[in-house]
Design a protein around this ligand. Sequence first.
Ligand SMILES: C[S@@+](CC[C@H](N)C(=O)[O-])C[C@H]1O[C@@H](n2cnc3c(N)ncnc32)[C@H](O)[C@@H]1O
Length: 387
Amino acid sequence: MSNNTNLLEAVKNPHDEFYTQLKDIEKELKNYKKYFKDKVVYCNCDHPKKSKFFHYFFKNFKKLKLKKLISSCYVDQNLTLFDLSRNPPKSVYTIYDGTGKDEIKDLNGDGHFSSSECLNLLKQADIVVTNPPFSLFQKYLKQIIEHEKKFIIMGNLNALTYSSIKEKIETRQIWLGHSIRGGGTEFQIPDDYPLKAVNQRRDGYGRRFVSFGCVRWFTNLDHGFRPPFLLLNKKYHGNEDNYPKYDNFDAINVDRVKDIPMDYKGYIGVPITFLDKANYWQFRVEKFIRKGYNNKDLTLKGKYVYHRLLVKRNGNYWGKITQNLEKGVEKLNLKDIKGAIKDFTTAIKIDPACAKAYHLRSQANYLLDRNEQFLDDLKKYLNLKKK
Ligand SMILES: C[S@@+](CC[C@H](N)C(=O)[O-])C[C@H]1O[C@@H](n2cnc3c(N)ncnc32)[C@H](O)[C@@H]1O
């Protein structure tokens, strides 16, 4: 059973008790430190005694200069006594302002993130940070967007293909976080959790973990990370057979990001993992096509293809930089080093802060034994990368 199958099981499970590990929280949240000063943070799917999200903010309350930390958790009213052995018997919340203790109080209701009690807590918050239930991700995200909150949350990449969410990605109202761009992410699960997945292990203390592919961070805060320009070297013209068009949409299909042709100006259908590598200055994400969506699935020679993003090259200001970088790389490959330097210089003229252009020009200068220029470009590249 694959990582993704684990996640499918989790998505169907209404009691998805998967606990995010502190190391994963730290890795992501270190990129947002400047946003927390004087802010109220709310973790609304988190028992204050169990959640590492609460733990992280409680421990770093002073360092982050937080104003308040709120945490609340849910208890399914339909749980059996057996289930309750691993769940808090009551839904609780805590509000910590940095003074005194984090006193845990009972909620009157079940602690559902959309209950009136929890909505009142949400209204006090500036930033929501948690890993909400995978099974309710759409509803959860819709609520925090409606309440105009900033958020850093975990979710399933495939959830983005739902119409309410895809539109937010298409219009750049939400984007991926920094630290997870592929691979599996491990979560701790209770000992008695009924999960059949194979990607499970126990650590030296006997704790049980399961790994999910397709889990990502989602946010509407700028963490500063931009995937580098994709340097593409495949061509459409002359290789049309490698790029079949969909039967029902004027776009070519590309299964691997590295095969995207550099010279195709129309729509390109790519897997949704493209988002991990997408540089929005280079490509615009125009549309999500969800498999099984209103009979509008894309087909290739009569067969359905899995979820696809339709992307288009950016022909604007930023697109011009990429085109010059790509032309330069092509010339480097053809050993036209001086020609390549010209193209990288044009890219730098358009954007004097384009780290990639300095990096490439430094390599070209190195090939021509221009040591001074090589070092100069390398220094500029390293300085820009630090920012
Ligand atoms: C994937 S787990 C993550 C737990 C915790 N946030 C963490 O990251 O360690 C999702 C949590 O949401 C809780 N939950 C389920 N339905 C909920 C709801 N309607 N409102 C609030 N929390 C809910 C579950 O009990 C579970 O603890």
